[in-house]
Design a protein around this ligand. Structure first.
Ligand SMILES: Nc1ncnc2c1ncn2[C@@H]1O[C@H](COP(=O)(O)OP(=O)(O)OP(=O)(O)O)[C@@H](O)[C@H]1O
Ligand SMILES: [Mg+2]
Length: 324
């Protein structure tokens, strides 16, 4: 690849949710789902976002794509500000960034055929109609390993893995440059996971796609991604090249995640991390470093001061006592 180009630039992104619960005295709490997240993704790269359930991965992914409005921060895509984009600018940006969900069933209308699901975005973005749209949809089906006969079928006639292929075809239909895949294989059987990951890898190479892969599964991230950011309670605690981050973790949380999930063969699911202690609530994160109650290296400063980001050339870490 020639000189790298930053395709996606996320700066200090925040998304908080306000919840009101309780009767007769309702109490309002704020969940800091994403609390100042920054990262950049180069064109053609596969970038991973990893962390335990509830750490804010999906919220970050949705805010990056402009599917939910962030409360703070800025997202730039190919130099254009997504956060401020409106109308036709936003529409054009939306075409260039697509999402693949964990459960494509939830995003496919059960009453509509696969053909309708695939041709609809083409119409919305003015890319093709009628016979041309049909031909394009059938070519897409082929590209993701499904027969042309799938065109007239309905989602329930397919297995989980096939439905995920349909979800991928739908994302590809509008010729995006960036695909954000949110736990794209987590709902699939282990053998099927590997096939779908291989398909995504193949598409990345063939189409020069850029990926943000969201997963709680280190095995998946390690196999698919070149760089990774580790999230904990709404923040990135460490990032860098996958081999460095998982090979010699600097943040005690990264080490804990890594040690809790032995990495088996590529593309094969690792165990869900078994981790010491509970994840505190994002509605009430611990003072100082959010990780300190679970951290073997915690000292006084960790209990009071959130650690500053320490950049190290290829990435960085937010820890008062990082490993060397
Ligand atoms: N619409 C919402 N309203 C209120 N709270 C929300 C909403 N969406 C997410 N949250 C909260 O924000 C936090 C982050 O959630 P998010 O779904 O982004 O995490 P995640 O890392 O994707 O988790 P998982 O691995 O389970 O998918 C959680 O505490 C969650 O309960
Ligand atoms: Mg999620």
């Amino acid at each position: 690849m020639s000189a790298s180009e930053t395709l996606l630039d996320v700066h200090d992104l925040a998304k908080h949710f306000t919840l009101t619960k309780g009767f007769p005295r309702p109490v309002t709490t704020t969940v800091r789902a994403v609390d100042g997240v920054s990262f950049a993704v180069q064109r053609g790269e596969a970038f991973g976002l990893v962390g335990e359930s509830g750490c804010g991965k999906s919220t970050a992914a949705r805010a990056v794509l402009g599917l939910i409005p962030p409360d703070a921060g800025r997202v730039r895509f190919a130099g254009t500000d997504v956060t401020d984009a409106k109308g036709s600018t936003l529409q054009r940006l939306r075409r260039r960034m697509q999402i693949v969900f964990q459960d494509p069933y939830s995003s496919l209308n059960p009453r509509r055929t696969i053909g309708q699901a695939l041709t609809e975005p083409l119409g919305v973005h003015g890319l093709a109609r009628g016979r041309a749209a049909r031909e394009r949809a059938i070519a897409l089906l082929e590209e993701v390993g499904l027969p042309p006969s799938a065109y007239d079928r309905h989602p329930h006639e397919f297995s989980g893995g096939q439905r995920q292929r349909i979800g991928i075809a739908r994302a590809l239909s509008v010729e995006p440059e960036l695909i954000v895949a949110d736990e794209p294989v987590s709902a699939l059987d282990v053998s099927v996971q590997a096939q779908v990951l291989l398909l995504l890898k193949d598409l990345q190479a063939r189409r020069g796609l850029t990926f943000v892969l969201v997963s709680h599964d280190l095995g998946v991230i390690r196999w698919f991604c070149a760089r990774v950011a580790v999230m904990y309670l709404g923040r990135i605690v460490e990032d860098g090249p996958v081999s460095r981050v998982f090979g010699t973790p600097r943040h005690p949380y990264t080490r804990m995640l890594r040690d809790a999930s032995p990495i088996p063969d590529p593309g094969i699911r690792s165990q869900l991390p078994r981790i010491v202690g509970e994840i505190p609530s994002a509605a009430d994160p611990p003072a100082g470093c959010h990780f300190h109650p679970r951290c073997p290296r915690a000292s006084d400063i960790c209990r009071t001061v959130y650690p500053q980001w320490r950049a190290d050339g290829e990435g960085g870490v937010a820890c008062h006592h990082p490993e060397d």
